[in-house]
Design a protein around this ligand. Structure first.
Ligand SMILES: CC(C)(COP(=O)(O)OP(=O)(O)OC[C@H]1O[C@@H](n2cnc3c(N)ncnc32)[C@H](O)[C@@H]1OP(=O)(O)O)[C@@H](O)C(=O)NCCC(=O)NCCS
Length: 150
């Protein structure tokens, strides 16, 4: 069977797509929640990529780069498209772009209880490098810091 991830296109988001991005993000309890202004700034000055199939936005990833150090801020896939390899495609595209720009590292933080995201990053060979105690609120929880050295 062909996985849907083979059929999707990954491309930079446009400002017109912020409402679709917010809809996907707001359906997810474990995603990071950002404002319209923050997404506007990220599209202009950072990296926001969307996964799209037949004009339907299935998921997105956002990241920022500061002095060769990249940080993945969010990766979210719509519930009806989960476990189809879409997040893997999105993270791999960020890795490819970071390598192309000679980045030294990609980092991210994830809630300790977010097993789906942790498994995704571990499958992609991110390594756990640290812990930020009580980093999250509502509910309070530690963040695990994962990194990939490039
Ligand atoms: C984490 C998330 C982005 C994964 O998206 P996805 O498109 O379903 O992931 P993929 O299909 O690429 O999965 C790749 C691998 O990750 C792991 N994985 C993904 N979801 C998993 C789950 N629910 N439980 C355990 N492992 C999981 C598996 O190893 C999977 O490979 P497999 O399907 O061959 O077993 C998705 O669950 C999501 O949107 N979660 C809510 C938002 C969120 O918490 N984002 C992370 C913020 S840091």
């Amino acid at each position: 069977m062909v996985k849907i991830s083979m059929l999707i296109a990954i491309r930079p988001a446009t400002l017109n797509e912020i409402s679709a991005i917010l809809r996907i993000e707001q359906q997810s309890r474990t995603a990071s929640h950002w404002t319209i202004d923050q997404y506007t700034d990220l599209i202009a000055n950072g990296i926001v990529l969307i996964a799209e199939q037949a004009e339907v936005i299935c998921g997105f990833i956002s990241a920022q780069a500061v002095a060769g150090e990249w940080e993945i801020e969010n990766v979210v896939v719509a519930p009806e498209f989960l476990r189809q390899g879409i997040a893997t495609r999105l993270v791999n595209e960020v890795i490819k772009r970071a390598r192309r720009e000679n980045a030294s590292v990609i980092r991210l933080e994830v809630r300790e209880s977010n097993q789906a995201a942790r498994s995704l990053y571990e499958e992609l060979h991110f390594r756990q490098e640290g812990r930020r105690f009580a980093y999250y609120s509502n509910p309070p929880e530690d963040a695990l810091v994962y990194a990939m050295r490039l």
